[in-house]
Design a protein around this ligand. Structure first.
Ligand code: ADP
Length: 215
């Protein structure tokens, strides 16, 4: 099985869900740059202070900051049991830097899965997504609604929406993805590593196609 992976796709294409399952079933380590950056913002670290406004506006954190930050994480990425990168690289420049880091360790990326998805599906998925500020449980107005609208089933407090999950911001994130991140698909296609999976399929189908691509 190929175990050094990149998951590509627009925001809301379901990369995180697939990654969680791959980690659980095959022990491949999930590295989400968005999650790591949001944690820095919450902690108010230097990186977090530099990144905060970009995250809130749904814009890319500049390469200088992201590259230094992710290089640190990649130093400890497990090469044998494997890792999957979700949200990084997001620009051609980041992709090239990653290739250099991994070449230094003689362990190149083995497969890249692109979850292709159009804007309409993404808007439905993301703008309906709400979570509990206390326990982190994620709900969806259509697919996973709470028992009482807007209230966490467990904590009984009001659900909140990620600042960058509001519709205008989602549209902007999608545009940025199309311009800056999509060119990476060609880059990996030329390397013979790319598989495209339709992100509109059910979670089980997406997972099965992903596993098939890794074997
Ligand atoms: P999504 O994939 O749903 O857009 P992420 O959780 O991957 O969300 O990322 C959230 C935000 O974190 C991005 O909008 C961006 O501001 C920042 N970010 C994450 N990864 C990167 C990256 N590789 N380069 C630049 N900014 C990033």
């Amino acid at each position: 099985m190929r175990r050094r992976l990149i998951l590509l796709g627009p925001p809301g294409s379901g990369k995180g869900t697939i990654a969680a399952r791959l980690q659980q079933e095959f022990g491949i380590h999930h590295i989400s740059s968005g999650h790591l950056l949001r944690r820095e913002v919450e902690e108010g670290s230097t990186v977090g202070q530099r990144a905060r406004l970009f995250l809130e506006k749904g814009e890319l954190v500049p390469d200088g900051t992201v590259l230094t930050f992710m290089r640190g994480w990649m130093k400890s990425a497990p090469l044998e049991s494997g890792f999957m990168l979700d949200g990084f690289p997001r620009t051609l420049n980041q992709g090239k830097a990653l290739d250099v880091w991994l070449a230094e360790r003689g362990a190149p990326v083995e497969a890249v899965i692109l979850y292709a998805c159009d804007l309409k599906i993404i808007l439905d998925r993301i703008t309906g997504r709400w979570s509990c500020p206390k326990c982190g449980r994620v709900y969806h107005v259509y697919s996973v609604p709470p028992k009482v609208a807007g209230i966490c089933d467990d904590c009984r407090i009001e659900l909140t929406q990620r600042a960058d999950d509001r519709e205008p911001v989602v549209r902007r994130r999608f545009g940025i993805y199309a311009r800056q991140t999509k060119p990476l698909a060609k880059y990996y296609e030329h390397q013979g590593k790319l598989t495209v999976v339709d992100a509109a399929l059910s979670p089980d189908e997406r997972f099965a196609k992903t596993v098939a691509a890794l074997n």
